[in-house]
Design a binder for this molecule. Structure first.
Ligand code: MD6
Ligand code: FE
Length: 204
């Protein structure tokens, strides 16, 4: 475990190769039931370059009319989200040091040229719990600053199997994914990256 900045913990290769493959299989099964959708920016309706799905009691969604929010059902199928895989619940228990389990797991899928702009995770009613984030597939360049929109940032590479936690002073830090590095992992059948972000939405 490495403490990169105050409140940013990196656990390199928390999941070994076999665990990554098993986790990927469960995520594929989830995405069969809850297909990836194209998230759209509030008001403008501009599509993001990542595609998303969720598992857990609540899922994070965004569209032109409704904006950023958590909801209990998939935006196109209308069905409840599939359950969070046991492996992820166990990882949260081991790493999060929090009294309650995660309620939401956002699944972000990056194709070779996808990225994610700098943002804060602030749609939750609970900022006390950490956010636990898992990387699978190609490496990415992750950037993180402070809780102010401008100012200095740090960036580092995240690899398949790595877990990072944002907690305490870093819980509201702006962060984003500048790029992925296609071809740096053989976990997925083709280029791409999957990020799994576990969150507590409500106070326990
Ligand atoms: C990603 N991650 O790694 C995007 N948010 O693809 C996030 O947006 C994120 O990694 C909150 C906490 C940790 C994260
Ligand atoms: Fe985020």
């Amino acid at each position: 475990m490495v403490s990169l900045l105050d409140g940013v913990r990196l656990v390199p290769k928390f999941f070994d190769d076999n665990e990554q493959a098993a986790l990927l299989a469960t995520i594929r099964a989830i995405v069969k039931k809850a297909p990836l959708f194209v998230p759209r920016m509030p008001k403008t309706g501009k599509p993001m370059s990542v595609r998303m799905s969720n598992c857990g009691r609540l899922g994070w969604v965004t569209d032109k009319e409704g904006g950023y929010r958590y909801q209990k059902t998939h935006p196109t199928t209308g069905k409840p989200w599939p359950k969070i895989p046991e492996k992820l619940l166990t990882a949260w228990q081991q790493l999060a040091d929090y009294s309650a389990p995660p309620e939401a797991c956002l699944i972000n899928y990056y194709s070779a040229d996808a990225k994610m702009g700098m943002h804060q995770d602030r749609d939750e009613n609970n900022f006390d719990a950490p956010i636990v984030s898992v990387s699978l597939g190609d490496d990415c360049l992750f950037r993180i600053g402070s809780d102010k929109k401008s100012g200095p940032t740090n960036s580092f590479r995240l690899e398949s199997g790595d877990v990072i936690l944002l907690e305490g002073p870093a819980r509201m830090a702006f962060h984003g994914v500048d790029r992925i590095y296609p071809g740096t992992s053989t976990l997925l059948k083709s280029d791409g990256r999957i990020n799994l972000t576990l969150r507590r939405v409500n106070m326990p």
